[in-house]
Design a protein around this ligand. Structure first.
Ligand code: GLU
Length: 427
């Protein structure tokens, strides 16, 4: 992450641009520009060595005009209040564009779970819940996994919530393990959702997915399932990248004839960090982390963190690239957008492209409320139809109004939330 980058300033700049285009009245504009409330707190954890460490945690409620706040919790050493604010804001637009009855929220803890034992992580999860207990819940704010948090973390959090609340509330949190209130298909949902959009974009571009090439950044939950779907559809993923904690650097793992996602998963840890030696031994080229963006491919799929396609890196994009599918939140900065637009690369903006996760989280809540769980096939079919509808709404808007795809997605989402504000008499 570059030092001057501020994700929340970026989220506000994107919003301001579209507020101008929509001619949003000043009251609604000011309301939607800021999180409606936020919580900053400390979480004491007794570590395995007997010492007590104090972690800093956050939960931001950006907006709940269309339904309870919804969004993941990230565990990351570089987490900041402004990053969480930006991510909460993007959740509001994401849920509105997918047209699910939820608002936007996000949480985080400054920590490195890769350097913590399972017991320490459990204490951190329980401590996080104790600090926000009164301000979260199935009707207020529903957390979920995000970067470096898993189904196990969600279950510890649910258990703490239910212990304090004195009852069963499976709709309080999503991304839970299957069999413990989780939904089939939730693991696959974000990566597959990215690919449903890619499939629809290829149709609009008049291209056949079979034989198309892609470079993925990241190898967490999103990229792993994205690569699998893309490969099965006949595409060729030439690289993935991931962070290696041993020397604190990222690497790109490349194989020109296509990476094998199942093999790479088998040599990766639970955070998606691939074993470099084993990859090399299996014939993978190991390149610097930033090389993913330089590949001569048709599609770039950033599935890591924010600020990856920026003023510095955008110039490395090969002229073969026709499509960028933003699996990550906020991977492209406002400085890179005009370059991509000018080069006429088709962009599937983040809060559309990666909306599969939260859409499936919504299905998880629906199933929890019914106490009846669907087959995986049904979950994925419903997911496909939500994503396909949202994708074409964005693409139609971009075409009809002659606007950049990110602006088109924003116009639909902001308009829906602004409408909710007006209907409620809040603005
Ligand atoms: N963390 C995911 C996201 O950024 C999923 C959120 C959710 O399921 O609530 O969209």
């Amino acid at each position: 992450m570059s030092e001057n980058f501020n994700a929340f300033e970026m989220a506000q700049a994107q919003f301001d641009r579209v507020a101008d285009m929509l001619g949003l009245d000043p009251g609604v504009r000011e309301l939607l520009r800021w999180p409606m409330r936020e919580f900053h707190f400390t979480i004491p954890v007794r570590m395995d060595d007997g010492s007590v460490r104090i972690f800093r945690g956050f939960r931001v409620h950006h907006n709940d005009l269309r339904g309870p706040c919804k969004g993941g919790i990230r565990f990351h050493p570089q987490e900041t209040a402004d990053t969480v604010r930006a991510l909460a804001t993007w959740m509001t637009w994401k849920c509105a564009l997918a047209d699910i009855p939820l608002g936007g929220g996000k949480g985080g803890v400054i920590c490195d779970p890769r350097r913590m034992s399972a017991r320490e992580q459990e204490q951190l999860c329980r401590g996080w819940i104790r600090q926000v207990f009164k301000n979260v819940g199935p009707e207020l704010d529903v957390p979920a996994p995000d970067v470096m948090t898993s189904a196990q973390h969600m279950l510890w959090m649910l258990d703490e919530y239910e212990t304090l609340a004195g009852g069963h509330y499976p709709g309080f949190i999503t991304g839970k393990p299957v069999g413990m209130g989780g939904s089939l298909g939730r693991k696959e949902a974000t990566g597959f959702g990215v690919m449903f959009c890619v499939r629809e974009a290829a149709k609009r571009l008049g291209r056949d997915l079979k034989g198309m090439t892609a470079a993925f950044q990241g190898f967490g939950n999103v990229a792993q399932y994205g690569v699998r779907w893309f490969t099965q559809a006949g595409g060729r993923a030439v690289c993935v990248s991931c962070w290696d904690g041993r020397d604190n650097a990222a690497y790109t793992y490349r194989r020109a004839d296509g990476v094998d996602p199942d093999f790479l998963v088998s040599i990766a840890d639970s955070y998606g960090a691939i074993d470099r030696e084993k990859a090399r031994a299996a014939g993978y080229e190991v390149l610097p982390g930033e090389d993913w963006i330089k590949q001569r491919v048709d599609i770039l799929v950033p599935c890591a963190l924010e600020n990856q396609i920026n003023a510095d890196t955008v110039k490395h994009i090969a002229d073969s690239v026709v499509l960028i599918a933003e699996g990550a939140n906020g991977p492209t900065t406002p400085e890179a957008d005009p370059v991509i637009k000018q080069r006429q690369i088709f962009v599937i903006p983040d809060f559309l492209c990666n909306a599969g996760g939260v859409t499936c989280s919504y299905f998880e809540q629906v199933q929890a409320n019914m106490n009846y769980y669907w087959e995986k096939k049904e979950v994925l079919q419903r997911l496909d139809s939500v994503m396909t509808k949202a994708f074409h709404a964005m693409a139609d808007m971009a075409e009809q109004r002659g606007v950049y795809m990110r602006d088109a997605a924003y116009m639909i989402a902001v308009d829906r939330v602004a409408q909710a504000a007006r209907l409620r008499g809040r603005a």
